[in-house]
Ligand binder design. Structure first.
Ligand code: FAD
Ligand code: SF4
Length: 555
């Protein structure tokens, strides 16, 4: 009998920005709220670039929900933003200030362990006053149903829990969204993969090398030919005392090109452009990786079922506004709107209407149009049709295209700064690789720096991470170990590589009855739980049990 189980008015799953915003809004409205987080600490499982935006047009920003946030939990206010178009040593830099400041109240660099654990402490205080609280090391492993209806959650570590509303803020690999049939992990083109290094900086180095004051920060983006033909780009953000340097690529492109994510990151780290910023001593504090959804393709138009409401990455709400990534702020907005929808529905005596109200709020507040811009649906997607994409790419790279870009000169900068154009950019090689490369070749100049740093090898990167391994309980199982079904994971997994024996995925040839089979093997010990192989390989994929697996210290 599900009636025997403990009951809360609200259960929030996940203590990232989406979960924290939902829980704070529920608690402020006196709703008895329990928050469940699988990490040993909030943030220990999380990775972002990360620039956290507060948008002027958004109904909720994190500092409104958590006064003191910017003083306590973020790093630097980022006031300058540049994009570097790269072709070999040639670079043409554009100031992206207009795009960065468009609709922006402020944007701060953040590290997720620091940020999420601060938020969790605040959330715990607030929710305790409602009779709930925040529990870490609890993994929600499914939905509790009564007949076909969702009425609560089931966990590895606790008895099932009933709730009037369940807010799933459990991130990109949301098992709850999948359990409810609201999301699947089938198509690589629906996801990006992000890989990141946090690099220590000596005292005063950020101010000297980036020419900023102590309370200011800068963001640099990179695109062009330095990532082979993989669609995506690189970033470098200044934190208080470290740099976040990483790459974000379309997962289908990583898979198709058989690219190795850590190698692409190294291409960025060792480019001469980074020489002056990195200096001679390279001290990498942490290597990390995660998937994020491409909201243009997967932001769910109706992210609820029964009492379950999805917010943030779990609902596909991660916006790539051209080269600028906005996921955390949308998770905050959606979390608060979902909570507000429940509060409204409850005050009218019909909590079952929360899902519908949430959908209406996402539409009315303009969130859905940011996530799935109409202009992308009508125009941008056209540019992705095979022959159109090839033709556009060929024209850009032709004498005519080069002449047009030369003639445009520095006026090209204003195109990069147009939120309208960025919202309808087709996801093709043209935008990520060809245009930036041609710009660099036609308008750029060679960089002088000599980059002498040597990024760590993959086994050192893995060796530096903290793991609490769940011996005997692998959280990923290979359903089909043939290379044809699962071989892409050997190169796409950020902690695996071809001919590398210490990663998660390895390929090998096994002799059977006189013939040879090409198969893959999996060892989840070094897994950073990024989710990539859930999409590109044939697996049974779940998160590790509460507290188990990788523990990020930076994020
Ligand atoms: C390399 C990279 C760069 C990025 N750059 C930026 C950027 O610059 N700006 C930006 O805004 N966004 C950026 N993002 C995206 C951003 O990180 C996400 O959009 C954002 O974190 C989503 O927030 P969320 O609250 O929905 O989910 P998450 O932050 O993923 O939080 C989910 C939480 O749920 C917990 N959880 C998951 N499953 C369970 C379970 N079953 N039981 C209990 N707890 C569970 C997790 O441990 C986690 O704490 C980047 C992402 C990556 C990977
Ligand atoms: S095994 Fe899968 S989830 Fe783990 S790091 Fe590799 S690709 Fe990511």
């Amino acid at each position: 009998m599900t009636d025997d189980y403990e009951h809360y008015e609200a259960v929030v799953v996940g203590a990232g920005p989406g979960g924290a915003a939902a829980a704070a809004t529920l608690a402020r409205n006196g709703i008895e709220t329990l928050v469940l987080e699988r990490g040993v600490d909030a943030g220990s499982k999380n990775v972002s670039g990360g620039l956290l935006y507060a948008e002027e047009s958004s109904p909720y920003t994190i500092d409104e929900l958590f006064p003191g946030f910017r003083d306590e939990a973020s790093d630097r206010e980022v006031t300058e933003h540049y994009i570097h178009n790269v072709a070999g040593r040639d670079v043409k830099t554009f100031d992206l200030g207009d795009l960065h400041h468009h609709d922006t109240e402020w944007a701060d660099s953040v590290l997720r362990r620091k940020m999420d654990s601060w938020l969790a402490r605040e959330v715990h205080e607030m929710t305790r006053e409602t009779g709930g609280g925040l529990l870490t090391e609890v993994r929600v492993n499914g939905l509790l149903r009564e007949g076909a209806e969702i009425v609560g959650v089931t966990c590895d570590e606790l008895d099932p829990i009933r709730a009037d509303v369940i807010i799933a803020a459990d991130g990109v690999n949301s098992e709850l969204a999948r359990d409810a049939g609201l999301m699947d992990w089938e198509e690589p083109e629906e996801w990006f993969q992000g890989v990141k290094a946090v690099v220590d900086m000596p005292e005063g180095a950020i101010e000297d090398r980036f020419n900023v004051d102590e309370d200011e920060g800068v963001a640099h983006l990179f695109s062009g030919d330095l990532f082979r033909n993989v669609r995506g780009g690189g970033f470098l953000y200044t934190n208080d005392q470290s740099l976040s340097i990483g790459t974000v690529f379309h997962l289908d492109s990583i898979a198709d090109e058989r690219a190795e994510p850590q190698q692409l990151l190294d291409n960025l780290l060792t480019h001469p452009l980074l020489a002056d910023w990195l200096g001679d001593e390279y001290d990498e504090l942490e290597y990390s990786a995660k998937l994020v959804p491409d909201s243009k393709k997967v932001a769910h138009p109706s992210p609820y079922r029964d009492r379950l409401l999805l917010v943030g990455d779990a609902a596909g709400q991660m916006q790539a506004q051209g080269p600028i990534i906005k996921g955390m702020n949308h998770a905050v907005t959606a979390g608060a709107l979902a909570a507000e929808a429940f509060v409204d529905a409850r005050s009218r005596g019909d909590t079952s209407a929360a899902g519908e109200r949430y959908v209406a709020k996402l539409e009315n507040e303009g969130v859905m149009d940011k996530l799935r811009p109409t202009r992308y649906k009508t125009l941008g997607k056209l540019g992705e049709v095979g022959p159109v994409a090839s033709a556009m790419n060929a024209v850009t790279d032709s004498a005519l295209g080069r002449a047009a870009i030369s003639a445009l000169g520095d006026r090209a900068e204003s195109l990069f700064n147009s939120p309208f154009l960025m919202g309808m950019l087709p996801d093709t090689r043209m935008g990520y690789v060809t245009v930036p490369t041609v710009i660099a070749e036609e308008l750029g100049a060679p960089v002088e720096g000599v980059n002498t740093i040597e990024p760590p090898e993959l086994d050192d990167r893995i060796g530096d991470l903290t793991y609490d391994i769940d011996e005997g309980n692998p959280h990923i199982e290979l359903r089909d170990n043939s290379f044809a079904a699962s071989g892409t994971a050997v190169t796409a997994c950020p902690v695996s590589a071809k001919d590398f024996g210490g990663g998660c995925y390895r390929d090998e040839y096994v002799g059977t009855n006189g013939s040879e089979e090409h198969v893959v093997s999996l060892d989840t010990q070094p897994c950073v739980e990024c989710g990539t192989c859930a999409v590109v390989a044939d697996t049974d994929w779940t998160h590790p049990r509460g507290g188990k697996g990788v523990e990020y210290e930076q994020g």
